[in-house]
Write a protein that binds this ligand. Structure first.
Ligand code: SAM
Length: 311
């Protein structure tokens, strides 16, 4: 039982991935980007703190196709078209979501884990690569692999995000990856959608593909997120109450929200919205995984960030 948990707060995330790419910028590059800014992007940049500014430099370099910067940093300008799945669009995420990439690697660092040069990193449920493309720019030494059951997203990413590998994953394990072939995997907004059975089955699959001592970073909807989700009308009062009741009783709670249409055409009865506590997770993983870190609400104050170490 984990007795003490911090309240979710807007956490200041360090910039380990962003810094990897920004370190390759020259002063002239920064000036080249800044002189392109006008209107809302200029105001946003002006108002932002130092960490956000660094990330925005990379995003705006991609949005405005600042060639020398893209060459030096490895940031890729291509953006998925409207009919290809992406969790975010527009200039502030052009080139990739550096904030979430930083969040993953900052959580790992706080958990005492480093990702060694040459390591294979898996983005499980990668969509069209918004996070993995940022990781690849910040850590070009890594072998970056992404998978997702959405074939159009995988095709787009494979064709446009050079240097990264993407493949279509099945709705149930196994993945086409050898035992222990991955050093670190992360899954953003994936266990927040699995029904109980696939949630457990996919944890076992992550255990198979991650090497002993490797890490899994995942995000979940837990207790601390319910107020945020209610405040944003992303969950009904009824669902929040049902989810809270289930979690109080130590149960996993699943709601089918995609129905017949599926999630962008990916039809899976085991995929909807899911709510679970850290206690639920630990009770089902303690033999295979060690809990290293739990940051309630650290993903946009709407999902908990959890780091597990593969035993
Ligand atoms: C909320 S999005 C998150 C995407 C990505 N991780 C990100 O943060 O940009 C969920 C992703 O999971 C994928 N997905 C849908 N059904 C799935 C399933 N049964 N198993 C694994 N992933 C699934 C979707 O195609 C989508 O890309």
């Amino acid at each position: 039982m984990i007795a003490q948990r911090p309240r979710p707060v807007a956490r200041q995330i360090a910039t380990p991935i962003t810094d990897g790419a920004v370190a390759r910028l020259t002063d002239g590059d920064v000036a080249l980007i800044e002189e392109r800014l006008e209107g809302d992007p200029a105001i946003l940049y002006e108002m932002s703190d130092a960490a956000t500014r660094k990330r925005l430099l990379l995003n705006f370099a991609a949005a405005y196709h600042v060639g020398p910067v893209l060459e030096r940093t490895g940031v890729i300008a291509a953006m998925p078209p409207e009919d290809v799945h992406s969790m975010a669009r527009g200039a502030v995420v052009a080139g990739g979501d550096f904030h979430i990439a930083d969040l993953v690697f900052d959580a790992l660092a706080h958990a005492g884990k480093s990702v060694q040069e040459g390591a294979t990193v898996l983005d499980f449920g990668a969509s069209s690569g918004r996070v993995l493309r940022a990781v690849a720019a910040g850590r070009p030494d890594l072998d970056c692999v992404g998978c997702d059951p959405n074939p159009e997203a995988m095709q787009w990413a494979q064709e446009h995000l050079q240097g990264q590998r993407y493949f279509v994953s099945p709705l149930r394990p196994p993945l086409d990856l050898a035992d222990g072939s991955v050093q670190m995997a992360y899954a953003i907004s994936i266990w927040s959608h699995f029904a109980e059975r696939p949630a457990i089955e996919w944890l076992a699959e992550m255990h198979r593909i991650i090497e002993p001592g490797g890490a899994l970073v995942l995000t979940t909807h837990g207790f601390d997120c319910l107020t945020t989700l209610l405040g944003r009308n992303q969950v009904t009062r009824h669902t929040a109450a049902e989810a809270a009741r289930a979690m109080l009783q130590g149960r996993h709670h699943f709601v089918d929200v995609f129905g017949e249409a599926g999630d962008w055409g990916v039809k899976d009865t085991g995929w909807g919205n899911a709510y679970l506590t850290l206690e639920w997770l630990v009770a089902r993983t303690a033999e295979q995984w060690s809990l290293l870190l739990d940051w309630p609400g650290a993903l946009d104050q709407a999902q908990d960030v959890i780091v597990l170490e593969r035993r």
